[in-house]
Design a protein around this ligand. Structure first.
Ligand SMILES: NC(=O)N[C@@H](CC(=O)O)C(=O)O
Ligand SMILES: [Zn+2]
Ligand SMILES: [Zn+2]
Length: 430
């Protein structure tokens, strides 16, 4: 089975490519890319897709999604989450372990992989828990879980409050060569807060989560990464202080990587004045100064990945008073449009850098580059996405494939329409 995609702007940051090109796919793999058809190997009789001048890039790689299977498939299943992924241009997702039961066993990992294969949409990489039952007490069997297919370890949803447990987990990452993904939150400091602690929370009389709740744990874990030599990946960072500490850690050569989410660079805590739980997530929306720091960190290489933290919740978890509503927002379908609107069109970073943060850089963080993901180098799996960066999309219920609709971007009109998504040379969307 062969396929030729022509008439596209081909952007592949891993190969420093950004220009007119053609992509030839044979047997699910990239056979060749070229600037004109004459330079391609013999390809008579192949199926031809005319890209119509749209942008073609490697499929996006999301290091952080919550598909609620097993346990809460009314919010999302592996199949519905995978459909939301490919609709958003993501061809690989890494799924957090805070399912019910949590993914601390080979049985759950294998069940997840079986369901994902049955869905047959995107590539699905399970993340195992750091601690058994996610209780934060004993280490999960990380070695066995890695052998079963887990690509990273995280108790995300909860922080690892025990410094000694985090220390041991980081020690294990050295010989397992997988990262520990940290949800950084000092629970004493966060208390019962449900939005960012600052001028806005004070004026609303709402309980806040201070920036220090995140930063104190980032500081602790950078110290532990230094002393263990382990790989620490910091999930959904949101504050100015976190950005500064990661920048310093990298400058000192530590194995520290991090991701930021589109909602954290798109929205500030002022949104909470609407008292709408679609603006409630963990970590909370921060201040304008934090957003500025995140933008600078995206531009200067401090941030390794844009990740969605796609966290589906049902209306019954959300349509309640703010203090008791669930934390979390969906994000797979709005990630590219928000990145284009707020990072590329506002000239914070180039289109190529934005694509890099959605493809090659995240692939490297979880070593998915070793499987050829995040790039369209010859021989790599033909996972790619075709999108029109100028066509507008309307964020309404019909646009969202997820089973849940807990997005703060309802009603927004944004640029970036996905025209097609291919995984292993097979069209799975569009
Ligand atoms: N981000 C969130 O607000 N919620 C996530 C958990 C998490 O990412 O910490 C969830 O599982 O709902
Ligand atoms: Zn988290
Ligand atoms: Zn999460």
């Amino acid at each position: 089975m062969s396929l030729l995609v022509k008439n596209v702007r081909l952007v592949d940051p891993a190969q420093n490519l950004d220009g007119p090109g053609l992509l030839l796919v044979v047997d699910g793999k990239v056979e060749a890319i070229a600037t004109d058809a004459a330079a391609l190997p013999k390809h008579e009789g192949v199926e031809v897709v005319d890209g119509g001048g749209a942008v073609l890039t490697p499929g996006f790689v999301d290091l952080h999604v919550h598909f609620r299977e097993p346990g809460q498939t009314r919010k999302e299943s592996i199949e519905s989450g995978s459909r939301a992924a490919v609709a958003g241009g993501f061809t690989a997702v890494c799924a957090m372990a805070n399912t019910k039961p949590v993914n601390d066993s080979v049985a759950i990992t294998e069940m997840m992989l079986t369901r994902a294969a049955k869905a047959g949409l995107c590539r699905y990489f399970p993340i195992g828990t750091v601690s058994r039952e996610m209780k934060g007490e004993e280490l999960a069997d990380m070695g066995t879980l890695k052998a079963a297919g887990c690509v990273a370890f995280s108790d995300d949803g909860l922080p690892i409050s025990s410094a000694s447990l985090m220390r041991r987990a980081l020690e294990y990452t050295r010989w397992l060569e997988v990262p520990v993904v940290a949800h950084e939150e000092d629970r004493d400091l966060a208390g019962k807060g449900y939005m960012h602690e600052g001028a806005v929370s004070a004026s609303l009389g709402c309980l806040g989560i201070p920036a220090a709740a995140e930063e104190a744990m980032v500081a602790r874990d950078i110290v532990l990464a230094e002393h263990t030599g382990g790989h620490l990946h910091l999930a959904h960072l949101s504050t100015k202080g976190s950005m500064r500490m990661v920048r310093e850690a990298k400058a000192r050569g530590l194995k520290v990587t991090c991701e930021v989410t589109p909602h954290h660079f798109a929205l500030s805590d002022k949104e909470l004045m609407k008292f709408d739980s679609d603006y409630k997530m963990n970590p909370p929306l921060r201040t304008e100064a934090d957003i500025q720091a995140v933008l600078e960190a995206l531009a200067d290489g401090t941030v390794d990945a844009i990740a969605t933290d796609h966290a589906p919740h049902g209306w019954d978890d959300k349509e309640v008073e703010l203090p008791i509503a669930a934390f979390g927002v969906i994000g797979l379908e709005t990630a590219l449009p928000l990145t284009l609107e707020l990072l590329v069109n506002k000239k914070v970073i180039s289109l190529a850098k934005a694509i890099s943060l959605l493809t090659w850089e995240p692939a490297k963080v979880f070593h998915l580059d070793q499987q050829g993901l995040g790039t369209l180098k010859p021989g790599a799996p033909a996972d790619f996405v075709l999108f029109d960066p100028n066509a507008q999309v309307q964020v309404d219920r019909a646009f969202i494939q997820s089973k849940s609709f807990n997005t703060p971007f309802k009603g927004w009109s944004l640029p970036g329409k996905i025209l097609g998504t291919w995984v292993g040379g097979k069209r799975v969307w569009g």
